[in-house]
Design a protein. Structure first.
Length: 401
């Protein structure tokens, strides 16, 4: 995004702070991933049981998006975000002091259900400038989001190893969210609370929005790509701890840092969306993921260098596709953007939960090669969906002509 964008009615540095907020909040649901092997040992459970923590966070995030984010279309965003962040802090502290897996799962569900602040901020931010900058605004905040996902693993893995406990990252994250809670409200744009639609009416209105073909396409593509993304990241800690590498949680966390360059290319995806439209950027995204699959299957089982390339391609493919998908749906009616984003993100994180769950079982059965083939099949399905949408669009244009 460039300095030429003129934001309306907000303080200087607002977009940067909103991007940071997206990253900090979404990080809370990914802290567990590099810690899964240590959680299993500490709580005396199997790896597949420990992997349920990653699954529950995806499910919880989906529930939060479904039942909380629609309020963005009818509530004061400042009050809504304060409420969500306060509950996230309580969940983080609950996770830090969990004595059993059951308590940790409950705390993780609380964290994930209330930390969906980014999904309130992103549609809100698209109202701050003209539609010609929509792709770049989504890209800026989505970059913060994906950097939070990636760097949360680095932060979590390293702090756990240095401080000698998998519980430490949850305490530190609670402190970060508390600091953000004190700063963020002053930068949020002031909006009059819309009248005339209550909470139940908002929820009841969601199914009717599924009529939009742009939303259908974005949801299907995102389900597939985020399932692939989650399957790889949920199994990476186990892969690095296997005899092929014998590495601990800090190494698993560092892969979030090694994958950051791929995520940092996302702002260019936003510019391409504004110039070429979302479909072409979705195609670029799927090409990156296809190369990721090939490298992971061929060399990722034994080479750390190959794994670094894999996570960069994975992060770029997921992030660029996300920018294209959200820019597509935010081009629809402005007054329903919160609910459109709700439906889109529910399906996205349903894909994430599916990928983490299936990936955990495939890892136990077929190891790294099984994860690679899962990713490959998901890419094929996404490509077929995009091609079918392109063909349908072309046939409609010809019929209209």
């Amino acid at each position: 995004m460039t300095a030429a964008i003129e934001l309306q009615g907000v303080r200087r540095g607002t977009l940067t702070l909103l991007a940071i907020a997206c990253g900090v909040m979404v990080a809370t649901i990914y802290l567990c991933q590099p810690l899964l092997a240590e959680i299993a040992r500490s709580l005396g459970v199997s790896p597949s049981q420990a992997a349920l923590v990653a699954v529950v966070t995806q499910i919880g995030y989906t529930l939060g998006i479904l039942f909380v984010v629609p309020l963005a279309d009818s509530s004061d965003p400042v009050k809504l975000i304060r409420w969500m962040m306060s509950l996230t802090i309580l969940g983080l502290l609950g996770a830090a002091f969990s004595p059993t897996l059951g308590v940790l799962l409950a705390a993780s569900l609380c964290i994930a259900a209330t930390c969906a602040v980014a999904q309130v901020l992103i549609p809100l931010a698209t109202t701050l400038a003209g539609p010609e900058f929509r792709g770049r605004i989504v890209s800026r905040l989505s970059t913060g989001l994906i950097m939070g996902i990636l760097l949360s693993r680095t932060f979590s893995g390293i702090s756990a190893q240095w401080l000698g406990s998998w519980r430490a990252p949850f305490v530190l994250e609670a402190v970060l969210v508390a600091i953000l809670l004190g700063v963020l409200p002053a930068y949020l744009p002031k909006r009059a609370t819309p009248q005339g639609m209550g909470y139940l009416a908002l929820l009841k209105s969601l199914p009717a929005l599924l009529r939009y073909r742009e939303l259908q396409l974005s949801m299907l593509l995102s389900f597939c790509t985020f399932a692939a993304f989650s399957a790889v990241w949920a199994s990476l800690a186990f892969h690095l701890a296997s005899p092929a590498f014998n590495l601990g949680s800090a190494a698993a966390g560092l892969f979030g840092l090694w994958g950051a360059p791929g995520a940092l290319l996302a702002p260019y995806a936003g510019r391409l969306v504004d110039r070429w439209g979302p479909n072409r950027v979705n195609l670029i995204s799927l090409c990156a993921l296809a190369v990721c699959f090939a490298v992971a299957l061929t060399w990722g089982g034994t080479s750390l260098v190959a794994l670094v390339l894999v996570v960069n391609l994975l992060d770029f493919g997921q992030q660029s596709g996300q920018v294209a998908n959200q820019a597509r749906i935010f081009g629809l009616e402005p007054q329903i953007r919160g609910r459109l984003n709700t439906l889109y993100m529910v399906v996205t994180f349903a894909g994430g939960a599916t990928g983490a769950f299936v990936g955990g079982h495939i890892w136990a059965i077929a190891g790294w090669s099984g994860i690679c083939w899962l990713v490959g099949w998901l890419i094929v399905v996404a490509a077929l969906v995009l091609l079918a949408a392109q063909a349908f669009s072309s046939s409609n244009v010809k019929a209209a002509g």
